[in-house]
Design a protein around this ligand. Structure first.
Ligand code: ADP
Length: 156
C-alpha cells in the first residue's frame, strides 16, 4: 500500500522551513499531500489561490508532491486522501505543546492515523509565517525565507 502523508497547515505563507519538512518527508513517504487549510473565520494575508500556485511552482519537479486546499477537520481530509500519516514540523517546545494535543485528537477521530514529527533543521528554526507576514507588511524583502519568488508571480 502506498504510504501517503498529509502535511496540513495554514502556510500563510509557505516557507523554506515547510519546504524542508516536505523534502525530508519524501524520504519516508511515497507521496506527500500538502493541505492548505482554509478557515472561513480566519482571513488570510496571502490569498489562498496565489499560495497554492506558488507551492505548486516550488514542487514542480516533484511528481510525488500534491497540493490541495481544505475546509474540514484534518483527520477527515487525511481519510479522504487515503493518507495514514500526518506530517508536522517541530521547532521548539511551544510547537510541541500544541502538536501534542492535536495529534491525540486526530487519532481519536481517525484511529488509523499516525502523526510523524520532524525536528526542524536548525538553520530554518527561526523562520515562522507570522514573522514573514510582519516583515512583508512593512515592505521588507522576504524572498530569502521562501522557496519561490513572491513578486512577479501572477495571481491566478
Ligand atoms: P498551522 O497554522 O497549522 O500551525 P503552519 O503553516 O504555521 O500551520 O505550519 C505548518 C507546520 O509546519 C507545523 O507543523 C509547523 O510546526 C511547521 N513549521 C512551521 N515553520 C517551520 C519551520 N521553520 N521549520 C519546520 N517546520 C515548520
Amino acid at each position: 500500500m502506498k504510504r501517503i502523508a498529509l502535511f496540513p497547515g495554514s502556510f500563510d505563507p509557505f516557507t523554506k522551513g515547510h519546504e524542508d519538512i516536505v523534502l525530508r518527508g519524501l524520504r519516508l513517504f511515497d507521496e506527500i499531500v500538502i493541505g492548505v487549510g482554509r478557515n472561513a473565520r480566519k482571513e488570510r494575508y496571502f490569498p489562498l489561490e496565489q499560495m497554492i500556485h506558488l507551492i505548486e511552482l516550488a514542487f514542480r519537479d516533484y511528481p510525488d508532491v500534491r497540493v490541495i486546499h481544505y475546509d474540514d477537520l484534518t483527520a477527515n481530509v487525511a481519510r479522504n486522501e487515503g493518507a495514514r500519516f500526518l506530517l508536522r514540523g517541530l521547532r521548539n517546545t511551544t510547537d510541541f505543546e500544541y502538536e501534542n494535543g492535536i495529534s491525540q485528537v486526530n487519532r481519536h477521530i481517525y484511529d488509523e492515523i499516525e502523526t510523524v514529527f520532524l525536528i526542524t533543521s536548525p538553520h530554518l528554526a527561526p523562520i515562522s509565517s507570522s514573522i514573514i507576514r510582519e516583515l512583508h507588511r512593512y515592505g521588507q524583502q522576504v524572498d530569502d525565507y521562501l522557496p519561490y519568488k513572491l513578486v512577479a508571480q501572477p495571481v491566478r
